[in-house]
Design a protein around this ligand. Structure first.
Ligand SMILES: [Mg+2]
Length: 295
């Protein structure tokens, strides 16, 4: 009996290379004994629906696209309670998660490597019930990832995000939020915040590899307070430049659960996609909830 593989491909992602590699990918999967059902996504949410529909009887789901495509597949599997393992072949313009997972940027090589690889439990975030794979964030730099157009993203990749982020700096405003973390309350005006499981935060900030583990049941909470004086602003700039966050203008710690209270009109982004805010939100680490094939 052949094993059943559902290939979910976003033909619009990145430089549309997923489409160009499609026959090669199917060939590789067949060599490893899989019968492939190929589904192309046509819009937001399609990959989630496909994962819900097929995750129950597939032996493996492979997502080809950007981090958003992978995240949609994870959302489908988690919401439907499917345990089917996932392979991810990054083919987007920004592949923060793909990079964090150590996946090859060449699609055919990546396919070979995951076929030869092993299944690992990966932590997934729940933001009030909606899944994210590696980051939930607000404020500075985060609006960038969904305001930059798909064409601009394809053309410039990361540069598009940074350029959009610079625009944010000129119109920076703070959000008043309360974070309840393991019995402690942190309340202030913040210009940026992220709950992440990635060495690359918002495409601009980086966390040291030694601080980040994708399956430790913990997220990194990074908050930047609103500067009220020039020295405070300089402290933030120095912290960001040196990528050192032990500084009174910042909050940085590893957490498994955060309760957030704030302005319901404040937008968040989950893995670079727009997420409407709400007055109260629980952000939670679902420890090793998804099984991922890794090289
Ligand atoms: Mg972690």
């Amino acid at each position: 009996m052949e094993k059943k593989l559902v290939l979910i491909l976003n033909p619009a992602a990145g430089m549309k290379q997923g489409k160009r590699y499609l026959a090669d990918l199917i060939m590789i999967f067949q060599e490893y004994g899989y019968e492939c059902l190929t589904m192309l996504t046509r819009g937001r949410g399609d990959a989630t629906q496909i994962a819900i529909r097929h995750g129950g009887d597939a032996d493996l789901i492979v997502a080809v696209g950007g981090d958003g495509t992978f995240n949609e597949v994870v959302q489908g599997l988690v919401s439907a309670g499917h345990q089917c393992p996932v392979g991810y072949i990054p083919a987007g313009s920004t592949n923060d998660l793909g990079n964090s997972l150590g996946l090859n940027r060449n699609l055919a090589i990546c396919a070979h490597e995951i076929m030869e690889g092993n299944v690992h439990g990966l932590d997934v975030g729940s933001f009030g019930g909606r899944c994210f794979s590696y980051i939930a964030s607000f404020g500075l730099f985060t609006r960038a990832s969904y305001t930059a157009s798909q064409n601009l993203k394809n053309l410039l990749g990361h540069v598009a995000y940074v350029l959009e982020g610079m625009k944010d700096l000129l119109s920076v405003h703070a959000e008043h939020l309360r974070f309840e973390v393991e019995g402690e309350t942190i309340e202030d005006n913040f210009i940026f915040g992220a709950v992440s499981n990635s060495t690359s935060v918002g495409g601009v900030l980086t966390l040291d590899q030694s601080l980040v583990s994708l399956d430790d049941g913990l997220f990194e909470l990074l908050l930047i307070r609103m500067p009220k004086t020039i020295p405070e602003l300089n402290q933030i700039i120095a912290a960001l430049t040196l990528q050192k966050y032990d500084n009174p203008m910042m909050v940085f710690r590893s957490v498994s659960k955060v309760h957030v209270t704030g302005d319901p009109n404040m937008a968040w982004t989950l893995d670079g996609e727009y997420q409407p805010g709400c007055a109260e939100t629980d952000i939670e680490n679902l420890h090793r909830r998804v099984s991922v094939l890794l090289p």
